[in-house]
Write a protein that binds this ligand. Structure first.
Ligand code: NAP
Length: 276
C-alpha cells in the first residue's frame, strides 16, 4: 500500500473497537480496486471531537459502531432518508465539510437473508434492542415480516417496539413466541465469552432459520445448537461484508470487490481459535 500526499483517510469509531475487522476489510478493498486510501480504527468516546476532526483533517468517511450509532446523529449535518427513518447511523460521509449519516446495517442484514428465507407475513423474533436490532427490525418490517422484539432491559425493548410498531415479549418469556426466523443481535456469545447463548433451546424448532449477527466466532454456540436441531443457520459474516460493501459504494461511488472483502474476513476469522 502506497501512502503519499494524496492518500485519503477513512476509519471506524467505536468503544471498544480494536476487535473490529473493518480496517482489514476496507484496506483490502481499497488496495484491490487501486484506490489511494487508508482506513484506521479510532477507539473514542468523544463524538464532538471526532466530527470536528473529520472536517478539519479532512477524513473522507467513517464507519460507526457500538455504542455510537444513535448518539452520532446529534453531531451530523444531515441524514440520508433511510438513516433518518431508522434512527441509527453506521456510516458517515464527508461531503466538502458536511457530514452526512447513512445506514447500511439494514440492507446488509437483508442481503444476508436474501434467497434463504421468506420474510413477507413471516413471524420473526429479534433478540436485543440496540442499534443493530433497530436497523434489522426496520428492514424486516419493510419486507412485510411480523416482528417481535425481546430485550434484557424491558424498557428499551418496549421503546423500540413502540417506535417501529412491532410486538414485544419479555426476555424471560421469549420461548412463548413461535418464530420462523430468529435474529440474535446481542453481544452474548462473542469472543472471548464464546459459551454464552441468550436463547433457550426450546424455541429452536427444526426448519426455522436462526441468524446470529456476531461474526467472531463465525459459528457461535447459538448457531451450533440451532444446527444440531435442524435449523437453517446464517452467521454474521455475510451481514458484516454486505454492510461494509455498501459503505465502500457510498464512499467511492464504485462497485465494491465483494468476494475479496468476504475472503479476507473469513481468512482472518479462520486463523482465530474456534471460528471455523
Ligand atoms: P448495542 O447498541 O450496544 O446493543 C446491544 C444489545 O445487546 C442491547 O439490546 C443490550 O441489551 C443487549 N445486551 C448487551 N449485553 C447483554 C447481556 N449481557 N445480556 C443480554 N443482553 C445484552 O450494540 P449493537 O450495535 O446493536 O451491536 C450488537 C452486536 O451486534 C455486537 O456484538 C456487534 O458486534 C454485532 N453487530 C454485527 C454486525 C454485522 O454486520 N455482523 C453489525 C452490527 C452489529 P440492554 O438494552 O439490556 O443493554
Amino acid at each position: 500500500m502506497k501512502i503519499d500526499q494524496y492518500t485519503e483517510l477513512y476509519g471506524i469509531i467505536g468503544y471498544p473497537v480494536r476487535h473490529s475487522l473493518s480496517p482489514l476489510m476496507h484496506n483490502t478493498a481499497f488496495e484491490a480496486v487501486g484506490i489511494n486510501a487508508v482506513y484506521f480504527a479510532f477507539e473514542t468516546r468523544d463524538l464532538k471531537a471526532v466530527t470536528e476532526g473529520m472536517k478539519a483533517l479532512p477524513i473522507k468517511g467513517m464507519s460507526v459502531t457500538t455504542p455510537h450509532k444513535i448518539r452520532i446523529i446529534d453531531h451530523l449535518d444531515d441524514l440520508h432518508a433511510l438513516a433518518s427513518q431508522i434512527g441509527s447511523v453506521n456510516t458517515v460521509v464527508n461531503h466538502d465539510g458536511r457530514l452526512i449519516g447513512f445506514n447500511t446495517d439494514a440492507s446488509g442484514a437483508l442481503r444476508a437473508l436474501e434467497g434463504k428465507v421468506r420474510l413477507e407475513d413471516t413471524h420473526s423474533l429479534i433478540v436485543g434492542a440496540g442499534g443493530a436490532a433497530r436497523s434489522i427490525a426496520f428492514a424486516l418490517k419493510e419486507m412485510g415480516a411480523i416482528v417481535t422484539i425481546t430485550n434484557r432491559t424491558a424498557s428499551k425493548g418496549k421503546a423500540l417496539t413502540k417506535a417501529l410498531g412491532c410486538g414485544f415479549v419479555p426476555w424471560e418469556k421469549m420461548d412463548h413466541i413461535e418464530a420462523e426466523l430468529i435474529v440474535q443481535t446481542t453481544p452474548l456469545g462473542m469472543a472471548p465469552d464464546i459459551n454464552a447463548c441468550p436463547i433457550p433451546v426450546s424455541i429452536l424448532k427444526p426448519g426455522i432459520t436462526v441468524m446470529d449477527i456476531i461474526y467472531n466466532p463465525r459459528c457461535t454456540r447459538l448457531l451450533r445448537l440451532a444446527e444440531s436441531r435442524d435449523c437453517q443457520i446464517i452467521d454474521g459474516v455475510s451481514m458484516f461484508v454486505h454492510q461494509g460493501a455498501e459503505q465502500f459504494r457510498i464512499w467511492t461511488n464504485l462497485d465494491p470487490p465483494l468476494r475479496v472483502m468476504e475472503e479476507v474476513v473469513k481468512e482472518a476469522l479462520e486463523k482465530q481459535d474456534g471460528s471455523k
